[in-house]
Design a protein around this ligand. Sequence first.
Ligand code: 6R9
Length: 648
Amino acid sequence: MSDTTYPPSAEFAANAHIDAAKYTEMYAASINDPAAFWGEHGTRIDWIKPFTKVKDVSFELGKVSINWYSDGTLNVAANCIDRHLATRANQTAIIWEPDSPDEEALHITYRELHDNTCRMANVLKDLGVTRGDRVVLYLPMIPEAAYAMLACARIGAIHSIVFAGFSPDALGARINGSNAKVVITADEAPRGGRKTALKSNADAALLHCDDRVKNLVVKRTGGQTTWTERDYDCTALMAAASTDCAPEEMNAEDPLFILYTSGSTGQPKGVVHTSGGYLVYASMTQELVFDYHQGDVFWCTADVGWVTGHSYIVYGPLANGATTIMFEGVPTYPDASRFWQVCEKHKVNQFYTAPTALRALMGQGNSFVESCDLSDLRVLGTVGEPINPEAWNWYNDVVGKGKCPIVDTWWQTETGGHLMTPLPGATATKPGSCTLPFFGVQPVILDPTSGVEIHDTEAEGVLCIKDSWPGQMRTVYGDHERFEKTYFSDYKGYYFTGDGCRRDADGYYWITGRVDDVINVSGHRMGTAEVESALVAHAQVAEAAVVGYPHDIKGQGIYAYVTLMNGVEPTEELRKELEKWVRAEIGPIAKPDLIQWAPGLPKTRSGKIMRRILRKIAEDDFGALGDTSTLAEPAVVDDLIENRMNRG
Ligand code: 6R9
């Protein structure tokens, strides 16, 4: 941890939307009278019928209910497209940068975005999709992904995006979980010079779905695909469809999308975001946190399969009439200068990426950065996991040349947008700290055992949020009880984030990582229970326990303790097979980095696996195992330590 502070330059602050004095004034206003504050900022988007109510929220267990702008009506796609046509129909809305630098980038204007979104909306309507229906997107990072999201929003359908790196099983579970009418996929997804057979994956997933689910297939590579009865050629249908489609008038609280995310149980949760409050929050944070000004080129390197892509590639920037980059590739293809070449090529002003990518690029040396002209960069952002000061300093010195404020944005799928982050013209930053709350956000630190709020400035404990903000998730799809139980039952009256946190003497916040059984691998959330249930589904595995351990590039790696069935020999071959198995069950991001054969697992007498001990062993921290006296068989631990040490 580092306490060096980096205040914004006077020049940057003078031209920024928000300087230090304005932050203090607006933050106070947002807390003193949230309804007045959010009423005023609610008008940043266009309403069909203006709202008269602003906030109607209860965090009380058993009665949790979150409503913003609830009597207003709007259409999210009209806000992201139509309202810009009068002034900037010919401005680029989306710059699409393909996987290979040899393929040409596309500059899609707001007019073209309108026409293509309407075409896609009409195709969906022709397939019978109407208001409230669910549509699953399983797509590469291609413009059609944005068209499909906005097309759903336009006709009032609810999209649920499944990251293209997920396996057929994971996709099938999400199609069935939301009872989707249509899946939209593509023939193949090029990434890093390789191709994933998305359509074949979708076919495999759909084998386990109702026959009535239709599959719309976008042509990306033109690679060979087999066609089945449920398939429709999206590219051909769009070409023939009308470029007119009237936007549906939706209520502010009508769902906009579902996005599944890992929790501490085996079943991912369908996080539900609604229309009005989400769009107000995503657009306001995009503008103020990145200090976006008209004409800037904004690049968020995330995938639309994650919440960061929803809020900061599509909805936030487009609601603001921005130019947003959508990148199909990876940071290291064809080589480690790709990010910086794209920044140079498109004159990127705000760049937003994950610490794991920075660590990987930092390891390749500075020449990949220094060979590119990055003089248009003004603000640098990070998201997804805590950033270590080394990576922060490298980002600041080598990429930003000491001139670009860094915004370390802490938030979650559940929060819809940034909750704690510097504002680049207002906040002095400290490497590794997400600094201070955004407007309207009241972070509190609670004692994890007593649940009592710690009021001292310096504090460490679990991070909760005291009151609602417009971008907050509203429910778990189809399971409001689970929503209440997960977020509102452990600490009564607060939203529980699942993160641990420290507040320093300056009142700055430092996220210390998850306090539940969720690990963060390369900025992606992974429930340890999900990986465990994939492992035990293998015929030769009796039991498995998964924990995170420190990993130089990924932040955390996946460490799996595996107990085999009686009589099964642990071999290298079986280890490889289990790795492949987990990839196939969940996806490549869930593949264990280390598998340790465990003749037994440390359990309490009531049979609960003591993960605390397994975490320590995985971290090579054998001296600090804590109390092991409640273990049913303490000898198991010695055995695990010995095996761990023998791995070298
Ligand atoms: C947006 C996103 C959420 C979890 C969150 C926390 C971790 C995200 C962070 C960060 C430290 C940051 N996290 N941003 N930790 N500093 N700037 O990542 O959403 O995938 O739902 O993950 O990621 O642990 O609880 P999601």
